[in-house]
Design a protein. Structure first.
Length: 243
């Protein structure tokens, strides 16, 4: 019987070409022997738009729900995920070749609870731009990324959208944090307080920068809300460390 990795993608008013590119990149992934993937495409709404865009494929599991925001949408998909590993994947990004194989290899070590990888920003003109402060490839010790986040104006040293995590660990921390933005930061910091992670220096994701990107909207950095969610993420991390 094959082992399963579940990819979770929340969708809301998606760009058809972006979603099709994400699907093709998934189809191009080479999986280790004995492993398969499923793609949980969960709409933040009830239009069924993703089914109109993507082809029929038994590996795709579509879901819909009330318009509740990205964190709840991800968690609704998590409730249906059958894989022992869960991979975060936004609707407008796409995986680099070998990304899933490298995640699975890192998580074959029982002491590793989650993985992240290098990201390249895909700019509107088609050029790629990296991040100059990536950590070295290897283990990320408990508390390491939190300390960096806390002392660098709440900026992580790794990109949370590349997170691949053991499903039981994700559920233990309530899935993606119920905040309006930075829900993936909340989950990765919570998981990292008590478990070792792994950073892969090979590129794992092409992160599309475009005008419709959620994190590019002004609401994402509105000061009152931004400080409130940073405070809550920080408070939960300190409580987890204390316990």
């Amino acid at each position: 019987m094959s082992r399963l990795l579940s990819i979770i993608t929340p969708v809301y008013n998606p760009e058809p070409e972006h979603l099709r590119t994400a699907y093709q990149a998934l189809c191009d992934q080479q999986m280790p022997t004995g492993w398969e993937w499923e793609w949980l495409v969960q709409e933040d709404g009830t239009t069924g738009v993703a089914q109109d865009i993507l082809p029929s494929d038994a590996r795709i599991d579509f879901g819909t729900g009330r318009h509740n925001g990205v964190a709840i949408t991800r968690n609704l998909a998590l409730s249906r995920a059958r894989g022992e590993l869960v991979k975060n994947h936004d609707q407008d990004d796409y995986l680099a070749p070998g990304a899933l194989e490298r995640d699975i290899a890192a998580l074959s070590d029982p002491d590793i609870g989650w993985t992240t990888s290098r990201v390249l920003d895909l700019l509107p003109d088609g050029t790629l731009h990296g991040f100059e402060h990536d950590p070295p490839e290897g283990p990320l010790e408990p508390g390491q990324i939190y300390e960096h986040w806390r002392t660098h104006d709440f900026r992580l040293p790794v990109h949370p959208t590349t997170l691949c995590i053991r499903r039981d660990l994700a559920v233990q921390f309530g899935g993606w944090m119920a905040v309006p933005g930075s829900d993936d930061t909340g989950l990765i910091i919570a998981a990292s307080m008590g478990t070792r992670g792994w950073f892969t220096h090979d590129v794992g994701l092409y992160y599309r920068k475009w005008e419709g990107q959620g994190s590019e909207q002004s609401a994402h950095t509105e000061p009152v809300e931004w400080h409130a969610r940073m405070h809550l993420i920080d408070e939960r991390a300190r409580m987890l460390a204390a316990s």
